[in-house]
Design a protein around this ligand. Structure first.
Ligand code: NAG
Ligand code: NAG
Ligand code: NAG
Ligand code: NAG
Ligand code: NAG
Ligand code: NAG
Ligand code: NAG
Ligand code: NAG
Ligand code: NAG
Length: 406
């Protein structure tokens, strides 16, 4: 009885912290103790003001202990001045994270609808408490239920701007089944302080989405910085600085051999990379579909393991030459910096679907550890006229990351 009254009081108090004026909601955090869950009032604000309204999250710390599924938004402006901290209840998240379908992944927060702005004004901070996730995952790959921080799901005409992420649980963001998406002025940083690596803390991944603009980001993540996955069209990425990442990546795509993946019209422009595994690259499984009309331009880097890389058989290194996923019309222009070893590019295209119309201009890659820079190429249809002199062939199962000079 006492507990019931207490809970009732608590929940009334929680609800009281959303003040509403018409469809303008202002939320203030409970802020009473570190275990008080702010999720109910956050969701309450979305319910009350998420359509033809506005929601303001005042300064302070919001403790997020539950999933948030806010996918029915319409004409809403969301302003966030506070910090959102996600709970470390691993068992809760593993069993409750919301499915995002792609590769069995799931998310802590799904946001969707039409005409949405979500602005952080450089003040919003999303803290995933990721160290708990890195430590329990122990360097394993994708873990079912480990939640993506924020997923844009069925979102149309959405702006996400001025938000900082720290210690993301898994991928920082995911853009799926969305169109006309603008994500600008974002800062992401996930770094493990233990023996275990962050693993799969991508900056963002796009999938089944079109008309996406990504600009002005600084990312430190330990995995792909910007990754364009299957069925992504018209994706413009510019003014990005990435540290410790997989940098600018198309893929992985083609994982489901009976389902084609298409990637078309992608621009990566003005990108700076430090100490990354790759710089401007394409990774596919031996599947079907195509990668077409991609431009990597003005990419400069320092100490990148293997700057340019193409693999038709990522991870397994098997059946490389049976991939029918066609890569064509890809251009690398003004690509400069230092590679960790003496390989500037390792490109093996599938002999069943040789790469068509790859072009290169103004490529200036210098090896850090001596030797002469090498460009390894196999199964590129226009190799002779592509603007880059290949120095040798590239084996089918060529590694994404090298451990020494070739
Ligand atoms: C509610 O909003 C209206 C219109 O924006 C404003 O005039 C009014 O002062 C607000 N009321 C309160 C209590 O803030
Ligand atoms: C979204 O905004 C556009 C332009 O303001 C408007 O025409 C459209 O009706 C809005 N969509 C919805 C679902 O309200
Ligand atoms: C695209 O979304 C932006 C908000 O990010 C909006 O201002 C713009 O009107 C949308 N464009 C179209 C064609 O609806
Ligand atoms: C991307 O850039 C290209 C060329 O600069 C432009 O034609 C296209 O409209 C842009 N797409 C988006 C989604 O902004
Ligand atoms: C990107 O950042 C620069 C300053 O660093 C700013 O002038 C520009 O408006 C930003 N672009 C966008 C799209 O927000
Ligand atoms: C390139 O991006 C950097 C941020 O990484 C920005 O400061 C600079 O203004 C951009 N250059 C151009 C030409 O947009
Ligand atoms: C990608 O688009 C194609 C063609 O529309 C479709 O057949 C395929 O199922 C889509 N792939 C995924 C993973 O949704
Ligand atoms: C090449 O790219 C770098 C960095 O992105 C940029 O600073 C430089 O101006 C570009 N050079 C040309 C010739 O466009
Ligand atoms: C080669 O690809 C470029 C884009 O990188 C495109 O502009 C050009 O038209 C393509 N050439 C042919 C012959 O298809």
């Amino acid at each position: 009885m006492l507990l019931t009254i207490l809970l009732l009081l608590l929940s009334q108090q929680a609800l009281a912290l959303v003040t509403q004026n018409g469809t303008a909601c202002t939320v203030t955090p409970l802020g009473t103790s570190s275990t008080a869950d702010d999720t109910p009032q956050v969701l309450d604000a979305f319910k009350k003001c998420g359509q033809d309204g506005s929601i303001t999250f005042s300064e302070g710390t919001y403790y997020i202990g539950q999933i948030m599924d806010t996918t029915n938004l319409r004409n809403v402006d969301i302003s966030i001045y506070g910090t959102f901290i996600w709970s470390t209840n691993v068992q809760y998240w593993l069993s409750h994270s919301i499915s995002v379908v792609y590769a069995g992944r799931s998310t802590a927060w799904r946001i969707g609808g039409t005409n949405i702005t979500m602005r952080g004004y450089g003040k919003a901070l999303f803290d995933g408490n990721g160290q708990t996730w890195y430590d329990q995952n122990k360097n394993n790959g994708n873990q079912n239920g480990r939640p993506i921080s924020l997923t844009l799901w069925n979102a149309k005409n959405i702006l996400v701007d001025g938000i900082t992420w720290r210690q993301s649980q898994f991928w920082h963001t995911f853009v799926a089944h969305s169109e006309n998406v603008t994500m600008t002025n974002l800062v992401m940083s996930s770094v493990s302080n233990s023996q275990w690596k962050t693993v799969n803390t991508d900056g963002t991944d796009t999938w089944n989405s079109k008309d996406v603009t990504i600009s002005n980001w600084t990312v430190t993540c330990g995995d792909d910085c910007i990754s364009v996955k299957g069925n992504s069209t018209n994706i413009n990425v510019s003014n990005i600085v990435c540290h410790e990442s997989g940098a600018m990546c198309i893929g992985s795509i083609g994982s489901n051999a009976v389902q084609p993946d298409y990637v078309e019209n992608v621009v990566f422009d003005n990108i700076t990379l430090t100490h990354s595994s790759n710089a401007a690259w394409i990774k596919t499984y031996p599947g079907t579909g195509h990668v077409k009309n991609v431009l990597f331009r003005n990419i400069q880097f320092t100490n990148v393991n293997q700057p340019i890389y193409i693999s038709p058989c990522i991870y397994s290194g098997q059946n490389c030459d049976s991939s029918r996923l066609q890569i064509s019309d890809v251009r690398w222009e003004n690509i400069s910096g230092t590679s960790r070893y003496n390989v500037g590019a390792g490109m093996h295209c599938s002999s069943s679907a040789p790469c068509q119309n790859l072009t290169f201009a103004n490529i200036d890659i210098k090896p850090m550890n001596g030797g002469t820079i090498e460009y390894l190429c196999s199964n590129i249809a226009n190799q002779k006229s592509m603007g880059l002199t290949c120095t040798g062939t590239c084996p089918a199962n060529w590694a994404q990351q090298l451990t020494g000079n070739h």
